[in-house]
Ligand binder design. Structure first.
Ligand SMILES: O=C(O)CCC(=O)C(=O)O
Ligand SMILES: [Fe+2]
Length: 281
């Protein structure tokens, strides 16, 4: 197995976790403090929301990018020709929030951001001194009070068999942000590419927490922590008739935070969103 799950409670968890992120761009935690009951509540409430027509009242704001993105408006990964087979909702602290769901997702946002700050401390502690010296501030401070951190509630609808042959639930991509944390989804399918170019399943038993490096941390650590390409496979057999729900929290620094000699978080994000066609020049 490419990625070994790590027990969050272990005295060597921080070191093992940082090593996993360095080697693969991914780290998987068991026995972490995020409440599984809360995650399940979010999955259930939001699945019902995605199955309702109410979602269309929250169509995303094209400038601010909060709100609901339908399958027709879904992302096309860089280098891919087909839209992903997914719909999703972007939750920001300042953004619109559906009245049809409880505050569970907002609560999760808060708890997830707190845990992420601790994980960033682990990442920092085990950065080689020469890399550490180049961080413009402690990594956990980069996300402090950030209004840019994004909770994406994702729904991959059941497949009907008439999808374009090359369209995927999520085509191969890297994340733009600093760090992503992702509770195991309601279904398998997440894969990561290894250094040898082979795809591997990411361990995702229910209750595990999957963490991956985004491009901004790759940039800030000069590649010591690599942003690794991942994808979500289309299910086959009985699983194809079921929805998949997942909940990535994308940790973004405050806009003015300096990532490297070349980039602030703001300049980096703008460059990437233009590349993705999400915003215009
Ligand atoms: O749904 C998943 O398991 C992963 C989603 C993902 O990689 C993303 O939205 O960036
Ligand atoms: Fe991703």
């Amino acid at each position: 197995m490419l990625i070994q799950p790590i027990d969050y409670r272990s005295p060597t968890a921080a070191q093992q976790f940082a090593a996993s992120l360095h080697n693969t761009g991914f780290g998987v935690l068991t026995h972490h403090p995020l409440s599984q009951a809360l995650v399940e509540q979010v999955y259930a409430e939001w699945l019902a929301f995605f199955k309702s027509e109410a979602k269309h009242d929250y169509t995303f704001d094209p400038d601010k990018l909060d709100g609901y993105f339908s399958t027709e408006m879904s992302e096309t990964a860089k280098g891919s020709s087909k839209r992903d087979l997914k719909e999703f909702y972007h939750i920001y602290p300042w953004g619109r929030f559906p009245s049809q769901v409880s505050n569970a997702a907002r609560q999760y946002y808060q708890l997830g951001a707190e845990l992420a700050a601790e994980l960033l401390q682990w990442v920092e502690t085990y950065s080689p001194p020469a890399i550490q010296a180049r961080y413009s501030m402690p990594l956990s401070e980069m996300i402090k009070d950030s209004q840019q951190t994004l909770l994406r509630v994702l729904h991959y609808p059941p497949l009907h068999g008439d999808e374009d042959a090359s369209a995927m639930r999520a085509a191969a991509h890297g994340d733009i942000n600093l760090l992503t944390i992702l509770p195991a989804a309601t279904q398998a399918g997440l894969q990561v590419i290894a250094k040898d170019g082979q795809w591997h399943d990411v361990p995702s038993d229910f209750g595990m927490l999957i963490v991956n490096i985004g491009d901004m941390l790759d940039e800030a650590s000069q590649g010591y922590y690599p942003s690794t390409v991942h994808r979500v496979l289309n299910p086959t057999g009985a699983a194809a008739k079921q929805s998949r729900v997942s909940l990535p929290l994308f940790l973004h620094p405050r806009p003015e935070v300096v990532l490297s000699e070349r980039h602030t978080a703001q300049s980096y994000l703008t460059e990437r969103l233009i590349e993705l066609g999400a915003i215009k020049k």
